[in-house]
Design a protein around this ligand. Sequence first.
Ligand code: SF4
Ligand code: SF4
Length: 685
Amino acid sequence: MSPIFMTLLLIVTLGVFAYTANRRWRLLMVGAADKRSDRVGDRVRATIEYAFAQKRMRRYPLAGIAHQVIFLGFLVLAIRSLILFSRGYVEDSSLILFAPHTVIGDVYSLLKDVFVVLVMLGTLVFFYYRLVVKLARMTLSTEGAIILGIIFVMMVADVVYDGAWINLRARAAGAEVTFSGWEPVGSVLALLFQDAGDGVLRCLAHVGFWTHTSLVLVFLNLLPRSKHFHVITAVPNVFLQNLTPRGRIAPIEDIEGKVEREETLGIKRIDQFSWKSILDFYTCTECGRCSDHCPATNTGKKLSPKHLTIDLRNFLYQHETALINPSRDRKGADAENAEYAKDLVDGVIDPEVLWACTSCRACETECPVFITYVDKIVDMRRYLVQERGEFPNELQTAFRSLETSMNPWGFSQDERGQWADGLNVPLISEKPDAEILFWVGCAPSFDERAKITTRATAQLLQRAGVEFAILGPEEQCTGDFARRAGNEFLFQTLAEANCGVLNGYNVKKIITTCPHCFNTLAHEYPDFGGNFEVIHHTEFLARLVREGKLVPKNRVERTIAFHDSCYLGRYNDVYDAPRDVLRAIPGVKLVEPEQTRDRGLCCGAGGAQMFKEEEPGDERVNHMRTEQLLATKPDAIASACPFCIRMLSDGLGDKERTDVEPLDVADVLLRSVEENVPAEQTAGA
Ligand code: SF4
Ligand code: SF4
């Protein structure tokens, strides 16, 4: 078409892109180290499933299909763009491989035409969401509309060029223009243009060609400067996702050494985030699916995960020059006083935002590009708690109780085993060869409501002939809430003590009724030398029922709404076991709230919320969840977590719904298995 103009166009646009991309790369490298090169096979599989096949987008049928075709269209049309760039130099170039009337050339040209149409339709779907539906969760900026407009015009320009070019090619060969199944769209346009003169056709071909090629290059340059950077970063972000168990918070390594060396504990400054966190910031598409499912956002708290990412990203970009330029700022004497080095908390992020998080991971489960939040929020809490000593007042009491009494409420350790009075449950010190350790946990040991479930579980195990023992006063809090509240030092002290005791008794298999203990024992204690098979009581009970060791026979005439604990479901994929137990009980009618399983709303207790006042908002999270469950018109609400049951009991109490019982799955099963168990023995407090 015009080698000189094409060369100039490529030099300028690719030069600007290289400049921007280099700055973004250097900014990424400013981040702290984070190893993500392990388990390449799993990473490739996840990338195919979630980046190329876009599995998470299937939750949104129309938008999912539209996004999938645009994504695949970009891959197919990238070749088309290369072909067109080459035609800037050689008019009928097809990069050899894609020459017309060859198998590859014909198949590609058909594929290209199909995707041109599909991409057009896909952009129309997103125009519809932006301009007509105006989805509240999305960022409805003009930038988004401009990008969609560019994509649409690129497609139109491509087919206009094709129609004119097919005509010119036919005329040069002295042939007729006919419809071609290999170029369906191009040949239809060619038929439409066939009466045009050569000059008009040349003009259409030039307009189509230069519009398409220029817009591709403009689009490329807009990417790293907009939320559409995800077009480039989403695939690597999915590939480099965290493959450690999703409930695990990474420990602060060598915490005592760090204290001695006066290194910051937690994240104070933007450049203390890892390079992978920076890649997360780059990759956010601002779709708002995270905030749309966040219990804090939905109850009017200051926290919106999407805006947390956007605020951190904006701050990062704002200080890009200083951050990537070590000679000028980062190594200078004034580095500490540099604007980018200011405390993120208060400076960029309101502490109320951080303290509103329940660590439910609804945001992470929804995010199509695998951006994580709990790790970042905990890291900023770590800084607040351990460096600034700032945290909600109520946590002060809980931390102190944990330090002195090994449980958050300050009960004496001697009382830890009292729930078992009269049940003849052995301590492991008395029965060191017990096959299973029943890890009880703090709430199930001390909370009056939770103790009912603890006793029910012990009775069910005994009835099934399971040999088990408990630690009694030797058990200490796992430290789950301390860790999520940012008190890593306290967590590590407890983890090391508990692992020492468990390993001292050579414990191999653990059952627990608490999903928080379950998660910490299974996924976080391996970092402290504790490697155990950990089973949640609902999984174990489901197995005993399946094997006929527990036979539910008494009818329990209840309509039961089941609430998924985040730490059991989203954290550990245990959804079916508690439902299997309930379904096995004659008389039980199991009902599901509208938001259920991995979309279930949090009860509001996790992430240390249980031990502090809820942050200001429009509504309490447990009230919202209780309402959702009550909408199913149940006689009882069941869960499989002492925290959830406490929050839902409070919700029912606040709503004066004493007609609806809060129950654990084990409570219901015991009523069905045991003869003559009066309901009050397993009734909610
Ligand atoms: S973990 Fe839950 S509460 Fe925290 S930001 Fe994500 S969705 Fe919101
Ligand atoms: S973090 Fe993920 S879900 Fe949330 S707005 Fe960004 S891309 Fe969407």
